[in-house]
Design a protein around this ligand. Structure first.
Ligand code: MG
Length: 199
């Protein structure tokens, strides 16, 4: 087994024991197929967590340079150790901080975005990311169906109200500004295409 495969297993086990949310198995195949068809050269990921999806991004888009942002220092350090151990530091850059503060410091030209940070902030992030998008780009957002509460107009349970309403707002914005498909796999994946981008 090569080192990447070994790390995948290690991180899956760590995610499970520390209750760190990572890309669910049910949506992994779809995510990878969108990623591989996109053939991105510059990727921005919001929400590194312990580096599991970053590892998939690096392995399945070997031509890409990746920026990934994480607000939690412990998780950021874990992701950094994976990057260093796999010798990926020349093309994977981990940023520690609040994405709303980090995004405006990045250089434009991203052709693949993976939104997987705080679900209530997707709208804020996409607005900040839009000036950094290449003419043709793919924006993938995870957990957009949030436990099945997002579809329909039902009033969400109080404690999830803000997240659900904001995700509805994100989906409606992305549908009206991009060619957007919502996939029900896992916790829901939104794939939005900018410009003439086809996948
Ligand atoms: Mg997620």
């Amino acid at each position: 087994m090569d080192k990447v495969e070994r790390y995948k297993e290690i991180l899956e086990a760590e995610a499970e024991s520390h209750h760190v949310p990572i890309l669910r198995e049910a949506e992994r195949a779809l995510f990878l197929s969108v990623l591989e068809k996109s053939k991105p050269v510059r990727i921005l990921e919001i929400g590194t967590a312990i580096g599991y999806s970053m590892l998939l991004l690096a392995a399945h888009a070997p031509q890409a340079v990746i920026d990934t942002v994480e607000i939690d220092e412990g998780r950021y350090k874990r992701a950094m150790s994976v990057v260093n151990d796999l010798g990926l530091s020349c093309r994977v850059h981990c940023h520690l901080g609040d994405a709303a503060q980090v995004i405006p410091t990045l250089f434009p030209g991203y052709d693949f975005i993976f939104l997987d940070g705080p679900k209530g902030q997707y709208m804020t992030y996409i607005k900040l990311i839009e000036p950094l998008l290449a003419d043709e780009a793919v924006v993938v957002a995870d957990n957009v169906l949030f436990r099945g509460m997002v579809v329909g107009n039902e009033y969400p349970p109080h404690r999830y109200r803000t997240i659900v309403l904001r995700l509805r707002e994100y989906i409606s914005y992305m549908k009206s500004h991009y060619e957007t498909t919502i996939y029900a796999a896992g916790d829901g994946l939104a794939v939005s295409l900018k410009g003439n981008r086809k996948i």
